[in-house]
Design a protein around this ligand. Sequence first.
Ligand code: B12
Ligand code: SF4
Length: 469
Amino acid sequence: MQYQILLIKPFVPIPNQSIDVPLGILSLSAYVKKEFGSQVSVSCIDLRVYPSPLKILQTVLCQRQFHLVGISMLSFEQVFLYDALPVIHNYAPNAQIVIGGPFATSQYSEALRYPGINCVVMGEGEQILCELVDRFMNNQSIDNVAGIAFQKNDTIICNSRQSYIQDLDRLPLLNYNHLYLKPYWRNHHQMNVILAKSRYMPVMSSRACPFNCIYCHSLFGKKVRQKSPHRFVNELKVLYYQYRVREFHIIDDAFNIDRHRLHEILERIINSGMNIRLAFPNALRGDLLEKTDIDLLKAAGAYMLTLAIESASDRIQRLMRKNLNIEKVMDNIAYASSIGLITNGYFMLGFPTESQEELNQSIDLAIHSSLDMVSFHIVVPFPGTKLYQLCKKIYPAPLLSNSGRYQGNSSYYESITGINVLKYQQQAYVRFYTPSRLLRLFSKVPRKAYFLERFFWAGLGVVTAGFRP
Ligand code: B12
Ligand code: SF4
């Protein structure tokens, strides 16, 4: 009898949320299939793309008897468990329930509080899930599986991780047919706001990041592991020729830390004969870029670069341990913008001890920059991060519980300092998007009608986020 696995990407009712192909569950499913072959059957479902997610979940659960149900979760998605667990318990009463992803990694005890969860997997999940499947299939105890947490006799046991996949070229190619792809290419919010081509796909060429930003979850550890340029470009070719994907969003945490590798990838793309566009919605490290890199990025099809600046204040840069060379980044932004690339900047407002002058410093930097687009995120101290520890130290009063989003209608910063950071955020957007900047942006945008629609909804989202219930 085949061991039946269902992997779920949850749905939570948040307006205008980005919906992109969930690489996590696709990677897990490909890896488990590679390890166990026909011994297992793996189904993936992304509940965000269906109008009645819980009904679909129920239907899928009724189709076969699942032995393992895995749920991939961001922190803000934990509310999904309230509605979904009763359905899973009802329609797959014998299934092992395993939770993974950033929520499970950073808040494993919280995750284990939900009833009927067998274990949570922390961080990179492929090898651990295989170990679990092996133990479950053979009716063996999972007590000593590394990288998991579980509850035993009212005690939470957390086994530390022992290894990461070192050679990413050994990861199997993803089987995108495991998902219903059409909905991702319909008009809806995606990470990039702008699209040059409708058939796009997020891709990752490496895992982990060597930097130490205090708000980071370091989901994949600190030692960067990279696919070879040959392997990575081959993945793009598969998507291009088999799935007719024409745009790639490279979402590595540290895509440009190795300039030699960056050049090799871009040159391979240029020589591949593929007619593609590239965007970097998850940001490049802006002070490691040289002008020649920017030229090569453009030649390889890039039309949009995101650079995460976060704060203009040197003190805050040190506090958040990003230590960015701001002058170099702004110089690169000016250059990229001047050669026709759309430049997008990320900023964060409301770090612990941040003064109103420092908030204004960041906003002014954005306004006086050559950036075409900007996001001003409100700082959220996520449990499991160094930032959370720092906030607890500086402000010992209990931290505001939040939905796990950077954007929201409340902020720990305001509750502690009394400074209405949302007002700063709203005013920053209004000041940034002047008619002349909007016109310049619009002149660079590849698909103008699509952009107008996206921009309208994104703008509305920002405005409504500022109104308190
Ligand atoms: C891309 C991305 C996004 C995109 C997703 C779109 C896209 N193109 O895919 C978007 C824009 C939606 C996004 C949004 C946000 N994001 Co984001 N994002 C990422 C990023 C860079 C990559 C995600 C990814 O695809 N990873 C690759 C896959 C392979 O990894 P994975 O899904 O995590 O899966 C692995 C493991 O987690 C585990 N696993 C996952 N699920 C399961 C399930 C089971 C059963 C098991 C066993 C294992 C397992 O195994 C998988 C394979 O190893 C990550 C950082 C990172 N390096 O992962 C941050 C990250 C996930 N985001 C983060 C944050 C903070 C956010 C926002 C809150 C920011 C904001 N502005 O509000 C929002 C929240 C979402 C929302 N809609 O409001 C945090 C996580 C926060 C948290 N605790 O939930 C991360 C980790 C960034 C960080 N460095 O800290 N994000
Ligand atoms: S650069 Fe990004 S991935 Fe790297 S430590 Fe900072 S937040 Fe994390």
